[in-house]
Design a protein around this ligand. Structure first.
Ligand code: NAD
Length: 275
């Protein structure tokens, strides 16, 4: 407990699933957290849980795709908690189709949420990060900041039916590596976690295929076919999908001071599964 005392974190898509578990874990370790989600309900519930556990959190509601979102997200951290130390680019969903049936809307929905939004959030944070780092260097302080971008094994090895998602999640690995080189001089560690199968609403849904995600006016079928899910589980060396809390552990590792000399890395968190 307390590894992140005094740190300020912004976590996109943290009203549910993995992002929520990351928010809980970072808050437990003492970070003040800005919780974001599309919908006010899940974001505010997450904030309420953190506050009730003695942590510090505020919500910043809205789509990461909104043109003014990135500035608002960064400003929420600075206005409420006086700084910004940790950025977790997690918000997202899947919208699958085979290539010949994939619309431009499906393609750009994945590029926008998984790749363009993280780019904009990092760009919005850059002014604060560069000036804070300069002031800290002048004061003789050595303070590391952390960025963790969320990818997928689909981005590492590709996945049939997910050309859009695989391309976007591969892109975020490139963004990670470029930014680790660009921001090393400001003592920012930029790393990436690629998940295998984690049990959230994105993967687990009723067998009848009835679960539908409502994302910015679009209705998108949720969950992986249960037979496919079983087949995927049988290929995981640890024999099961991961929990959101286990998934959050991989992100937290990159946020702790123990990883201050690790940057530009891709960590696959998939129970031993390799594409
Ligand atoms: N669950 C898995 O097996 C798995 C595997 C690989 C990668 N991932 C990645 O992990 C991340 C989290 O997924 P999850 O499984 O926790 O899903 P989830 O659906 O449980 O949570 C994702 C959250 O992101 C929010 N979100 C979606 N679009 C948004 C937007 N435009 N603006 C703001 N918030 C938005 C959703 O409302 C939701 O609360 C995603 O980037 C996903 O691609 C998940």
């Amino acid at each position: 407990m307390g590894k992140l005392k005094g740190k300020v974190a912004i976590i996109s898509g943290s009203g549910r699933g993995i992002g929520q578990a990351v928010a809980y874990k970072l808050a437990q370790e003492g970070a003040s957290v800005v919780v974001n989600d599309l919908d006010a309900g899940p974001a505010e519930e997450t904030v309420a849980h953190i506050l009730a556990s003695g942590g510090q959190a505020v919500a910043c509601i809205g789509s990461v795709n909104a043109p003014d979102f990135a500035d608002r997200f960064v400003k929420t951290a600075i206005d409420n908690f006086g700084g910004l130390d940790i950025i977790i680019n997690n918000a997202g969903f899947t919208w699958d189709n085979v290539l010949q049936k994939m619309t431009d809307e499906q393609w750009y929905a994945m590029i926008d949420v998984h790749l363009t939004a993280p780019f904009r959030i990092l760009r919005a944070a850059s002014e604060f990060i560069r000036s804070a780092s300069k002031a800290e260097a002048e004061a003789g302080q050595s303070i590391h900041r952390k960025v963790v971008n969320i990818s997928s094994i689909a981005g590492v090895g590709g996945n049939a039916g997910q050309a859009n998602y695989s391309a976007a999640k591969a892109g975020v690995i490139g963004l990670t590596r470029a930014m680790s080189k660009e921001w090393g001089r400001y003592k920012v560690n930029v790393n990436c976690v690629a998940y295998g199968m984690i049990n959230t609403r994105l993967t687990n849904a009723p067998a009848d295929g009835s679960a539908v995600l409502e994302i910015e006016g679009k209705k998108i079928k949720a969950g992986v076919n249960p037979d496919l899910l079983k087949a995927m589980e049988s290929m995981i060396p640890l024999g099961r999908g991961g929990t959101p809390d286990e998934a959050a552990g991989a992100v937290a590792m990159f946020c702790y001071p123990e990883s201050d000399y690790v940057s530009g890395e891709l960590l696959v968190c998939g129970g031993g599964f390799r594409m």
